[in-house]
Design a protein around this ligand. Structure first.
Ligand code: ZN
Length: 122
């Protein structure tokens, strides 16, 4: 999908309570598909979301990592240790890890971004 077209659909659909007539439409389907399959659309929509939340996504190697780190934090910016949806953690020391959901705070430290392969140096 053209990014311009996507932006137009995003303005109409994002963050709104949509009637079923809309969510069942081909346009809406195409919009949802573009978020998942079109990298340019995904990156733009994710950057918009993180910008709106005041999250410093530009310090990350890619938007995928920025978004997953954002999702790992609660409203106070603290790591959510007991949320099974959290797939990556970032610590203040610049360490990244994959949490092990065993009820504790254990994790596997990773040195490369799982999405873009960038070295996650301190
Ligand atoms: Zn990355």
């Amino acid at each position: 999908m053209e990014l311009e077209k996507f932006k137009e659909l995003h303005a109409r659909f994002f963050g709104k309570e949509l009637p079923e007539a809309v969510t069942a439409s081909e346009e809406y389907d195409a919009y949802i598909e573009a978020i998942h399959d079109d990298e340019a659309c995904y990156n733009w929509a994710t950057a918009e979301k993180l910008k709106a939340k005041g999250f410093d996504f530009e310090s990350y190697c890619c938007l995928m990592l920025a978004d997953k780190v954002y999702q790992s934090l609660d409203e106070e910016g603290e790591i959510k240790y007991d949320d099974p949806d959290v797939i990556i953690n970032k610590w203040d020391e610049g360490l990244y890890g994959i949490p092990i959901h065993d009820g504790g705070a254990s994790m596997v430290v990773i040195n490369y971004c799982p999405w873009c392969g960038h070295k996650l140096s301190k």
